[in-house]
Design a binder for this molecule. Structure first.
Ligand SMILES: Nc1ncnc2c1ncn2[C@@H]1O[C@H](COP(=O)(O)OP(=O)(O)OP(=O)(O)O)[C@@H](O)[C@H]1O
Length: 359
């Protein structure tokens, strides 16, 4: 779906079986499939990890895992929370691979397991919206755009991790990009040692997954932080009710998306001002994160839901109910959203805050 996808015929044939050992990691089971390759649960020294494997391209072209490793390492080094931790990675004879923190199920799967996959309660979708906003903002604060925000790329922490099993992590940085660059001659960690990279006047292919890409992606514009938020807004709107372009493709999808209004997708007039704000965002703009936060927060408050409700949809998923019963409730850190007071989210990292003022 995403940019740069090589077709099956353009890549090495790679068959990984459950008995294989790769760089000392024992393959345990397959846990995910994507456009670029496969993801396995692996183990080493009694610890479990996730390993993503991407077959080499026959034309010798770059592997998206190389970019993924670069981004993951920088997010880790900058202390960004709720991203997988890089363990090891690199090139094998027939494929590239990366080993990282093993996380839980993705939002797409969780939604399908809920009692009504087509509609979550306002308390649930607003809570998820706030958590996802938090993690995306951290990525932006580190100077990166994700470019492929969609339910399959938000995953819960592992089910047996008390603190993180109900918090969304962001994965898949294969087409992420940096919108800032280091100014030569300044110390690498100095806050004001960065500037915007040059804006591309035109891009040549659609970046991201068509269902969730921003209107500007369809116009082949160089994307900025606001465009990640279009994707996030579409992704959360899909938890409210199916998107009008759900089953459409190509031109019809684009046409329907461009004439749809966020306030109608959410059925809430107040979401209209988020649309206006995002429409005004350029490559350089610092989106109004606070406006999005308050829109979700208002819905959450009115819903009367609790931060400690672990469900997706109206009914708790069986496995979660069982885990939840055993857990000390006040120790479960699904309260990440609860802690997102203005202070926490808006005066936290601000690594590139000054950049918003450079034009
Ligand atoms: N660290 C992880 N822990 C647990 N599951 C993971 C992890 N990384 C990926 N997965 C699972 O594997 C799926 C595919 O992973 P990923 O999105 O990274 O692959 P991809 O080939 O880049 O996919 P895409 O088609 O979106 O480009 C995810 O949706 C998720 O369910």
């Amino acid at each position: 779906m995403a940019e740069n996808t090589a077709s099956e015929n353009d890549v090495e044939n790679v068959f990984i079986s459950m008995d294989d050992k790769i760089k000392g990691y024992q393959v345990v089971e397959s846990i995910g499939d994507g456009a670029y390759g496969q993801v396995f649960k692996v183990s080493k020294n009694a610890k479990k990890y996730a390993m993503k494997v991407e077959p080499n391209r026959l034309d010798g072209g770059p592997a998206s895992i190389t970019k993924e490793i670069e981004v993951m390492m920088e997010l880790n080094n900058r202390g960004a929370k709720f991203f997988p931790i890089f363990e090891t990675g690199g090139r094998e004879p027939k494929f590239h691979m990366v080993v990282m923190t093993l996380l839980g199920e993705n939002l797409q799967v969780l939604r399908m397991k809920g009692c009504n996959p087509k509609a979550c309660t306002p308390g649930t979708w607003s809570r998820i919206g706030i958590q996802c906003l938090f993690v995306v903002k951290q990525m932006h604060d580190c100077g990166f755009l994700h470019h492929d925000l969609k339910p399959a790329n938000f995953v819960w922490g592992q089910s047996d991790e008390v603190l993180t099993s109900r918090v969304f992590y962001l994965i898949d940085f294969g087409i992420s990009s940096k919108f800032i660059r280091h100014i030569k001659g300044t110390p690498i960690n100095q806050q004001n040692g960065f500037e915007f990279r040059t804006e591309n006047k035109k891009v040549h292919s659609l970046v991201g997954t068509p269902k969730y890409t921003s209107p500007k992606a369809h116009a082949m514009a160089d994307l900025g932080r606001g465009d990640d938020f279009w994707s996030l807004m579409y992704m959360i709107a899909e938890l409210v009710k199916p998107l009008p372009w759900e089953i459409l493709e190509a031109k019809m999808l684009e046409k329907t998306k461009l004439k749809s209004k966020l306030k109608d997708l959410y059925g809430i007039d107040a979401f209209g001002k988020i649309e206006t704000m995002l429409q005004a965002c350029t490559f350089h703009s610092f989106p109004n994160y606070e406006m999005i936060y308050h829109a979700f927060k208002d819905v959450f408050t009115k819903s009367g839901a609790s931060w400690y409700d672990h469900s997706i949809g109206r009914e708790k998923i069986c496995r979660l109910t069982n885990d939840g019963d055993r857990m000390p409730r006040n120790h479960v850190d699904c309260s990440v959203g609860k802690n997102l007071t203005s202070d926490f989210i808006f005066e936290r990292i601000h690594f590139n805050m000054h950049i918003s003022r450079i034009k």
